[in-house]
Design a protein around this ligand. Structure first.
Ligand SMILES: Nc1nc2c(c(=O)[nH]1)N[C@H]1C(S)=C(S)[C@@H](COP(=O)(O)O)O[C@H]1N2
Ligand SMILES: [Mo]
Length: 311
């Protein structure tokens, strides 16, 4: 959606709210959206995941990123983060619109999220399809809260996530290496799963721009590309929505993208991964865990499904 149609949609949503038709999700209270500014790097939190493995340090979590809107190199997102910070400032208020197959479509001002949906801390492993991984402490709330507020209709079967679209501000979107905006998707039951999370904080700080400020998805049992950053739209649909990476290279990146040590990328093995924990040697190799170690909670979602076919 371009800026013009986005503005039109906001106006239409405001009009509908005034008529009492749409849910009054649009909030005007709360402070400005935070985003780490230049200055001394925060120390971040110390801790471990449930297996006892330490958090990836703040500097690594915010200095080694995939965020192609801000460039293709691992250091580019940090280097270009100021461009997204400026966009966030100028966009104020940044909103997320929930629409499609819902009884109560609406637009949420991200500043009001905590008051409306609460705030929890979650330590999740993030496993990139490129076979590196991190352990990170996030703050946010389960996506199900936002979806429930919108009241999915019986026809809703899938959820599409749309990242920010602003080619004037984001250098990566001026090249057509990928289709923009970045889009991702989940089955509705995956989206409603209690582990599926919307994060607005990392390491005890406001979510840095390079990690997907002001609000990003986290689906910890799937490869990292499913966890779309800097969201503007959440759309409930009847049909399975297109996703950026499966559209770009469908044989390499599937829709389900569940972490699986036995289903390999056509060009490399997924049997092991490099854990980026800030230790010496650039990361210890360790075996990949089925569903990234969350199988007890999520395996039921895929009962009877061929995980090789549905990679
Ligand atoms: N909008 C958007 N979301 C995105 C990406 C991206 O390029 N654009 N990269 C994905 C990939 S491949 C990974 S591994 C994670 C990386 O998240 P991190 O940089 O916070 O570790 O973000 C995912 N979300
Ligand atoms: Mo990734």
């Amino acid at each position: 959606m371009n800026e013009h149609s986005r503005r039109e949609f906001l106006q239409a949503a405001a009009a509908a709210a005034a008529l009492g038709g749409a849910i009054a999700l649009l909030t005007r209270r709360g402070g400005p959206v935070q985003g780490a500014e230049d200055g001394p790097l925060p120390a971040g939190l110390q801790g471990t995941d449930e297996f006892g493995d330490p958090f990836t340090p703040y500097a690594l979590a915010t200095g080694y990123n995939n965020f192609y809107e801000l460039g293709w190199g691992k250091a580019d997102p940090a280097r270009n983060a100021h461009l997204l910070r400026r966009l966030i400032r100028e966009t104020e208020p940044w909103t997320v619109t929930v629409e499609g197959e819902v009884a109560r479509p609406g637009t949420v001002d991200v500043r009001g999220l905590t008051r409306r949906f609460g705030e929890e801390e979650r330590t999740y492993r993030l496993r990139c399809v490129e076979a590196w991984s991190m352990v990170l402490p996030w703050t946010g709330f389960p996506l199900s809260r936002l979806l429930e507020a919108a009241e999915p209709l019986p026809g809703a079967r899938w959820v599409q996530f749309v990242s920010v679209h602003a080619p004037d501000a984001l250098p990566g979107q001026r090249s057509r290496t990928l289709e923009w905006p970045y889009v991702e998707g989940l089955r509705l039951d995956e989206a409603m799963h209690p582990l599926t999370f919307l994060a607005s904080g990392l390491h005890g700080e406001a979510l840095p721009a390079q990690n997907g400020a002001p609000l990003r998805l986290l689906v910890p049992w799937k490869y990292g590309f499913k966890s779309a950053k800097s969201l503007t739209h959440v759309v409930l649909t009847r049909e399975r929505p297109p996703t950026t990476w499966s559209a770009a290279a469908g044989r390499e990146y599937g829709f389900y993208a569940n972490v699986n040590p036995e289903v390999h990328h056509p060009r490399w093995s997924q049997a092991s991964e490099r854990r980026l924990d800030g230790g010496r040697g650039g990361g210890e190799r360790r075996p990949t865990l089925l569903f990234n170690g969350y199988g007890e909670a999520v395996a039921g979602l895929y009962r009877g499904m061929d995980l090789r076919q549905n990679y």
